[in-house]
Write a protein that binds this ligand. Sequence first.
Ligand SMILES: [Zn+2]
Length: 766
Amino acid sequence: MGQHGPRPGPQASRQPSSRQAALRGGVLGAGSESEEVGKSGPGSPPVGLLPCLDSACSCPGSLPVVPAPGGCKEGTGSAFTCPARVAQSDHGCAMRTALVHHEDMTAARLLWEDPECEIERPERLTTALERLRQWGLEQRCLQLAAREASEAELGLVHSPEYVSLVRGTQTLSTRELQALSGQYDAVYFHPSTFHCARLAVGAALQLVDAVLTGAVHNGLALVRPPGHHSQRAAANGFCVFNNVAIAAKYAKQRHGLHRILIVDWDVHHGQGIQYIFEDDPSVLYFSWHRYEHGHFWPYLRESDADAVGQGQGRGFTVNLPWNQVGMGNADYVAAFLHVLLPVAFEFDPELVLISAGFDSAIGDPEGQMRATPQCFSHLTQLLQVLAGGRVCAVLEGGYHLESLSQSVCMVAKALLGDPALPLSGPMEPHHSALESIQSVRAAQAPHWKSLRQQGSTPILNPSTYSLERRASPVSPGGPKFKAAEAQASAALSSLLDQLHLNPTLPVRTAVALTALDAALVLPADVLRKEGSAPQEETRAWARLHEALAQDKALTALGKVLHLLNGILDGQVSSGIAATPEPALAPTLDVVIRRSLSHGARRLLCVAVGQLDRPTDLADDGRNLWLNIRGKEAAAPSKFQVSVPLPGTTGGFVSCVLALVLPLAYGFQPDLVLVALGPAHGLQVPQATLLASLLRGPAGGRVLVLLEQGSTSQLAGVLARVLQGEAPPGLGPFSMASPEDTQALIYLRGQLEAEWKMLQVAAPQVP
Ligand SMILES: [Zn+2]
């Protein structure tokens, strides 16, 4: 979207009455479709959907399916098998991720000269799809052909007059289209715009249906035009209908949801979504955006951190304005860990919708940010621990074709459960990013216990808005612009190298268990490692500890080493191993030494329970020891950190988000060991949340070490989580105790000079 000021026109008018009307429900479209969405008599499908074509299916309506090449053959044996039923079939070929698109969405294009609008072109979709195909990702998804949204569905958000105006554009001449477009800010109409925009909304709704009926776990809708700027009665910023906002309303009305999280990581503020939900506490809207103290489009006062929603909706709008360009991976991850995720866990959404714009990625001329495509895998993974993994990503912006398509692929890979590629570059947030994080935490603290408790920082310049307009800091064609382009192309080609070096492994997770085997239920694609390391090797390691001489311990050690070797050699991504209880600490000691002497450059060990760091381990920066619920350490040091296990869900979430993950992302390990030792005290949801989130920092290389006395249930859930499934919910949110909060604040104070990812506020300039 453009760099110039808003033109006068319909976009300037906001109509608060729309909210009330929409909230009352039954917002009507024109003509025969004027019925309430989602309400229908018994036996008849909801409006806008045909009855399911699959006679054996009882889903609420049809979800047209494009048979996936190389996908499930048995499931589509009849003329039509509803994806809802494919997922429930027992032949093990259900797909976890839906990909919704329709080639008609490439039809709309700019018919006249307009430098501001020319970047929103059909190649955005074709390139992204082509790349998904090339990388073998499209074939792994359940492919759904987008349907057109009905006018009643558009009416969930838009006024009948506006819908009818857009419908009317189908027959306008080019000159008339241009004149109408000029009434809005950064918008162009084409005779196929109405069809494309209805498909874009329909795609989002279909994705919501597929996820909420359980046909798939998650999905991605590749759509044009984007939606997040569009308002009740106005197109804006390339957006015609508000795809994601309509999807949220639809999920509430059609599927009866009560709490929906919208994460808008597009580089522009989705003011359209904000206006639609600003007084609605059932939809939590998070947006980060290039803001530059109000100097960046759409130049709105209400994009700042202190715009938190209105009335009942106060605290349910979370704006994180970026006041400088150049924000990168560390800034984005820090924003998730210190702002979005604490609030999201407390909110406890039933569905996560992503306004997935990729103009926030490196190389994009609009955003001028530096986050690499890999970062979007991490962001997606971080969101997949919410809402039971029900995540729907809907494309918004993204104008650098290579950056856009690589980022789309990274999101698709994360949705499919592939480990994220490790993040490169220094993990140190910018000073300006920390100022933004501090501002939004301060503005939101009155509304969210989890932010209040992590140590209150004074509000920083509550209003940073300035009306004075400024030229873009990097003008196209200038030397800075060329340098940024070169940096982007280097980053994008390095992703290809990284993919080459870290191919998706055929075996994602393996287990090496002995005593647990009988009752253990494992996902079909988890490998049971039956082998052992060579006896000589096992015995040599066992000599280090008396406890390992015993037969059972020795057998377990052989299996653990065999699994570890598989991970270190790159045959397996992650694993779970068990050992008899007295042998756990010595086995962990061997695993640490073996890892460091065999390829791991940096090893993070998260030891939970009564476990001691091996005393003679070199303090050379290659290993970071983090003990939860162990002995109280005399004083924390950079590579040895100890923290009590919090007694509440809120305390546990804070510990993971504010301490464990910042340390892990800052350390950039290439292997993570999670050891659940004696008296670890973690419940299954806590242990699996920890393991799930620790997949990120080391590119999926995680080895979990358990006691053989652990339940088979724990091992089974851990295996699914390491495969990329969502961990079970933690249960109701309860506040962290003052002691647990104090412990975290103390550790942050001690460690943040060394570990910059721990910071939640900008350091004071002396
Ligand atoms: Zn954008």
